[in-house]
Design a protein around this ligand. Structure first.
Ligand code: SF4
Ligand code: SF4
Length: 511
């Protein structure tokens, strides 16, 4: 599809979404579906989705009428993106998919058809549930070690989980510190799973060297284990993690999680310390049976600020993205491990590949659009969907929560009052999500500065906002890790940019 016809197509998709959300009759119908509550306090929207999925347990006259209207609306929406109701009906049997779709529909009504799109509630909350940790990682964003004095107690933590579940959060990831060391963690996992959320833990994996422990976590409702591995041998990993023997226990932990049938993601934070080990790390992750291999973009925050010099240059990052793209675009076995990254710039790589047919990945009639959480293969008329899903999800798809319940747009944001958006127990999450000035700013990619602001890829990427704020003290600044922002990177390196802004980290980046 040519670029012009793709743009026409996107405009058509936007028009359909606009008529769905702004057309008076349609918007009234959708508003009625989302605002009216039936049996057990569930919205008519949720019980109508149950009915379309074939689940009749909450059927009533109102929900039947709702299901009828909703079916028409879904047909219109899916057709605009080249799909059909049949495509999504298959997935509707999955409760999590229904929860996510309900959030998409609510977001369409409450926020309109923006590029990128904002759902009715955060899809995912990453909760740094404790500051306790048994390792001393060089790049720890949380500066973890000892338990914090203000951490929520069990009763408060359970209340926080209920608030998130009522609001429609789909994924809850317990992180830290080391979340598995929190004494009541199984109680919290159980409550989150019972309340219908998909439960993940981001762990250093060492405590999972005990297989019986993994079994207990799984029984409590843990579905997903994200395990950090920063090198392919003890020398690299242990020196990065600050404790000898960590590598061996982490590998054991990964094997146990795979053996117990958890969805295992191996996460590698790439810096100058381990860049050269990436290809071998991908091979190792595959051999260990991981389902995802996630390259974490380094953000120099917490203890990471002390090793800011280890950040990749824009050209090193570009080379890494190309290496990942080669791997993603040449994957032939759909069941094989997915390679992903939190660097939002990956979102522009397939679009650039489509513009330049000498690059791999665009010769097959279908295109791949990579995001943090999936490398979906879609027919070319659907690839512009990536502009709605977008790149950086801070404050749009995700929120982060601190051990005391304070909320931030992303775990990599500094803990400053300017970007703290509230507290789960003291403020209203529903209102925060709709009214926070910080979140509104993050959702509008047209506000971005310098090259990020004029970049044709800003809807699919937008740069990592955590890196922008950490380097420049400005939410809207350019992400200096991108090839298009090499001037900003060079200015940081020479100190010019710090002189201009007077903000950012207190040292310049050097090679
Ligand atoms: S300039 Fe900004 S928006 Fe464009 S690709 Fe680079 S980081 Fe992403
Ligand atoms: S700021 Fe955005 S791109 Fe950066 S880590 Fe957070 S969600 Fe990801």
């Amino acid at each position: 599809m040519s670029r012009h016809s793709q743009e026409d197509h996107t405009a058509g998709q936007l028009r359909v979404l606009q008529s769905l959300s702004r057309g008076r009759l349609l918007s009234r119908v959708v508003r009625w579906l989302t605002d009216t509550h039936g049996r057990g306090g569930r919205s008519i929207l949720d019980s109508s989705l149950d009915i379309i999925a074939g689940d009749r347990s909450s059927v009533s006259v109102t929900s039947l009428v709702g299901a009828l209207m909703l079916r028409g609306i879904l047909e219109m929406g899916t057709r605009a993106f080249g799909g059909s109701l049949a495509d999504i009906r298959e997935n509707l049997s999955n409760v999590l998919f229904r929860r996510a779709l309900s959030s998409v529909i609510t977001g369409l009504v409450d926020f309109g058809p923006q590029r990128p799109f904002t759902p009715g509630a955060p899809f995912q909350v990453v909760w740094n549930v404790t500051r306790t940790c048994n390792l001393r990682c060089k790049h720890c964003y949380e500066n973890a070690g000892r338990r914090g004095r203000d951490e929520l107690d069990t009763e408060q933590a359970l209340r926080a989980i209920d608030i998130m579940a009522d609001e429609g959060v789909v994924f809850l990831a317990f992180s830290g510190g080391e979340p598995t060391l929190r004494p009541d963690i199984l109680t919290l996992i159980r409550r989150a799973a019972d309340r219908g959320m998909y439960v993940a833990a981001a762990t250093n994996g060492t405590t999972f060297a005990d297989r019986e422990r993994v079994r207990r976590f799984k029984e409590a409702g843990l579905s997903f284990a994200q395990i950090s591995l920063d090198g392919v041998n003890a020398e690299t990993h242990d020196s990065f993690r600050g404790v000898p023997g960590a590598f061996a226990r982490t590998i054991e932990g990964i094997k146990n999680c795979v053996a117990e049938g958890l969805f295992v993601e191996i996460a590698m934070t790439v810096t100058h310390y381990n860049l050269h080990e990436v290809p071998k790390a991908i091979e190792l992750a595959e051999r260990l049976g991981a389902r995802w291999f996630m390259i974490y973009n380094f953000v120099p925050i917490g203890r990471g600020a002390e090793i800011a010099d280890a950040d990749l240059t824009p050209s090193e990052r570009e080379e890494l993205l190309r290496l990942l793209w080669d791997r993603i675009s040449s994957k032939s076995d759909p069941g094989a491990m997915e390679v992903l990254t939190t660097a939002p710039q990956l979102g522009r790589v397939p679009l650039e590949a489509a513009r330049d047919s000498t690059l791999p990945g665009c010769q097959t009639g279908e295109m791949i659009f990579p995001t943090h959480f999936s490398n979906a293969r879609l027919p070319s008329q659907m690839t512009r969907l990536s502009e709605f899903i977008g790149g950086c999800g801070a404050g749009r798809f995700y929120l982060a929560m601190e051990p005391n319940g304070d909320l931030y747009p992303c775990v990599f944001f500094p803990h400053t009052p300017e970007v703290r958006i509230g507290n789960i127990l003291h403020d209203d999450l529903h209102k925060i999500w709709r009214q926070s000035g910080v979140l509104r700013m993050l959702r509008d990619k047209d506000l971005l500065k310098d090259h990020c602001g004029s970049c044709e890829n800003r809807y699919v990427c937008g740069g990592c906002r955590a890196r922008a704020i950490q380097y420049f003290g400005d939410l809207l600044a350019p992400d200096p890790g991108c090839k298009y922002n090499a001037a900003a990177w060079n200015a940081l390196r020479t100190g010019e940019m710090l002189a201009v802004t007077g903000l950012g980290i207190q040292r310049t980046v050097s090679h």
